[in-house]
Write a protein that binds this ligand. Structure first.
Ligand SMILES: *Cc1c(COP(=O)(O)O)cnc(C)c1O
Length: 368
């Protein structure tokens, strides 16, 4: 059997007729950018998340860079962010010429809230929380620290559509929530797309202007902006996906439960969910020493695994200039050596899940 780490075709097949019908409707409409599909998606997504406003943009990275821009964060300002994130979180900060200040993760792979305060300086303007692998971070702790130091909060929800902290969806705690709808995300488009959500009307208004060359009225440009618009066809596809979001989350949860039950007696370090949090299981990430051997064994059994992420942002060439050297963020660096993502996707077959479990159980060399 062959089991890939992700299968976008399966996610498509689940609602194939609805996607195809919507695609044809949009193609025939004669209107392809900034139209009714986007307006409807923005309204429906804001309602789903529980925010007053949603503004669709071209990608998750754009959502982050626009959020930082809206908060007035610029050169000389510092933004606290967890060190084990996908590099886009950090680029959202540095594209605005601000400086990322890294904080180590906790055992749930989210920002270690006990380490945030140490990272606050007189230049700190905001905390960027990343709900990594689909699990909500401890937003009570983050908001308390932010309030006591008068900091803004940006939530990177690119991996956590619908995840909750104490019954409230991520993206609604901070000043601005940022989403990616890249095809591999839990709520994927069929191309690039992203969005910000906020309760602040000014931010939402400015974001709509900023995403469209700084223009509200055609040919009247108030400011220098971006071209960061969500296509009508992607908005239409996302409206279809949104109608099924609860089923999609439930299905991933069931896969995660099967993995946890099936692998509980192995020496693999399994993912844990913090009390108060839910995970929407964007990735099912285990930790293992001698990762290469483990991954090779699975690959030889036809099972693809991936690493999210092998090089932490501070050790990438792009951020050499920050001069944060190897050894300075030991928890993050050890996670980068140990993490492996098992296959996890909507439309995964029962036999595929069992096969992955069976093969891992047959591998006797797990060392922790
Ligand atoms: C995917 C992702 C992004 C970037 O989203 P794009 O749509 O690919 O630009 C940002 N942050 C995190 C945590 C992500 O996983």
């Amino acid at each position: 059997m062959e089991v890939l780490c992700n299968r976008l075709d399966r996610g498509f097949q689940l609602y194939q007729q609805e996607f195809e019908k919507k695609a044809i409707d949009v193609l025939r409409s004669g209107w392809y950018i900034l139209g009714q599909e986007l307006a409807s998606f923005e309204q429906e997504y804001a309602q789903y998340i529980g925010s007053s406003f949603c503004v669709g943009v071209a990608s998750g990275l754009d959502a982050l860079r626009i959020a930082i821009y809206l908060l007035g964060i610029q050169a000389g300002d510092e933004v606290i962010v967890q060190a084990n994130t996908y590099i886009a979180s950090v680029m959202g900060i540095t594209l605005n010429n601000a400086t990322p200040v890294f904080v180590e993760p906790d055992i749930y792979n989210n920002i270690d809230v006990t380490q945030i305060e140490k990272a606050v300086s007189s230049k700190t303007k905001a905390i960027m929380v990343v709900h990594l692998y689909g699990q909500a971070a401890d937003m009570d702790a983050v908001m308390q620290i932010a309030q006591s130091h008068n900091l803004k909060v940006i939530e990177d929800c690119a991996q956590a559509h619908g995840a909750e902290w104490n019954g409230k969806k991520v993206g609604t705690f901070g000043d601005i929530g940022c989403f990616s709808f890249y095809p591999t995300k839990n709520m994927g488009a069929f191309g690039d797309a992203g969005a910000i959500v906020t309760n602040n009307e000014e931010y939402a208004k400015t974001a709509k202007i900023y995403r469209n060359y700084g223009s509200e009225k055609r040919y009247y440009n108030k400011m220098v902006g971006l071209n960061s618009r969500m296509d009508e066809i992607q908005a239409g596809m996302l409206r279809v996906r949104l109608q099924h979001i609860n089923e999609l989350i439930e299905e991933r949860k069931k896969i995660a439960e099967k993995y946890i039950e099936g692998l509980k007696d192995t020496k693999l370090e399994l993912p844990m969910v913090k009390k108060g949090a839910t995970s929407v299981w964007h990735q099912f990430v285990v930790k293992v020493y001698q990762r290469e051997a483990f991954m090779d064994f699975l690959a030889n059994s036809g099972i693809q695994t991936l690493i999210h992420y092998p090089i932490p942002p501070h050790l990438s060439k792009a951020y050499q200039y920050l001069k944060i050297h190897k050894g300075m963020l030991p928890v993050t660096e050890s996670y980068a050596r140990k993490v492996v993502s098992l296959p996890m996707y909507n439309g995964m077959h029962e036999e595929e899940i069992s096969y992955v479990i069976e093969k891992i159980l047959s591998y006797g060399n797990i060392i922790t």
